[in-house]
Design a protein around this ligand. Sequence first.
Ligand code: MG
Length: 395
Amino acid sequence: MNEALAAWAADPARSRGRLHEEPRDAQRSAYQLDRERIVHSTAFRRLMYKTQVFINHEGDLFRTRLTHSIEVAQLSRAGARMLRLNEDLCEAIALAHDLGHTPFGHAGQDALHACMAAHGGFEHNLQSLRVVDRLEQRYPGFDGLNLSFETREGILKHCSRRRAEEIEAGEPGGVARRFLDGTRPSLEAQLVNLADEIAYNAHDIDDGVRSGLLEVEQLDALAGFGPLRREVLAEHPELARHERRQLFEVLRRMRTRQLGELVAHTAAAVQATAPASVDALRRLPALAALPPQGRAQSDALKSFLLHALYRHPQVRATTDAAGEVVQRLFEAYCAAPHEMPADFAAADERERAVADYIAGMTDRFALREFQRLTGERSFPSALQPGAVFDRVAAH
Ligand code: MG
């Protein structure tokens, strides 16, 4: 055990191991190897062209799944160091947490889930695990990346009881067990989950304002934002005329404060229970949390973003069109599986193979395939680059 780490930090030397046993690397820990495998995977590179909120072609400066994942990794590592947790494990989980997302963000997932209703459904968390366990094909001895238990446990953030039972049947005592026996994942996984929330609340405000769909003044009534903006303007009155710089400063303080609150509250909870090991910690209630006031502020930010941004008519117009692209691609491949690469076309469970193939696509590849298979242009012309978000700032 590294002496710099807490007793309840995940210890790579005591990992529950990989699905396929491998000799230990003399130079790198299990979690370092996991992170490296994720960074070198095809699914990771595809995140670059997958929608976070704004469809990828709407502007070069909006977050994509890739930059979102990197921001989550940054916040997770910072928090992990403060809490003396394993930074490599946090980073591996953060970089992999969104690998299972479809093109076009939640609209893509919802459409694919509807298509798969009679075939077991589609859920991005489960798909992230499927990507690292099966769909990446890069190693001679096994499918997937053969990541360690702790990284896979962190990736499987949510899971229905039915799905958990299925996974448990194939992997007894494995990553789905906790959804059946009500235990928790490592503190590293808990931390990444909250870092995800801190990251997207801040960057979706940034992207929303950049797009012109949100005005900063709309956020002034929110306790997690308004007081910080007033503080920034009181300290730097000149920023009243520099909206971008002002917003960066407010969001920087918002992230810093939320991370600080998360770390302090979590450290106090851990101290109060003093788990002797990761396994002892798994049996305790969740220890990583924002304090009640911070939780309420974060929930209010999420609810604001849901109504003002994610359900904004202009966002809905693009995401509705994207949902239709996914649905029609699904129908097209099911009717003509030979339009997919040979290994997908030859799979036994046709619908699942089609879902895997579509889920792996980048936004722009999905649009190209849509055009190839249907002969139609996928998006109404009003939604082509530049037409909707003509206020996109150049900086
Ligand atoms: Mg995320």
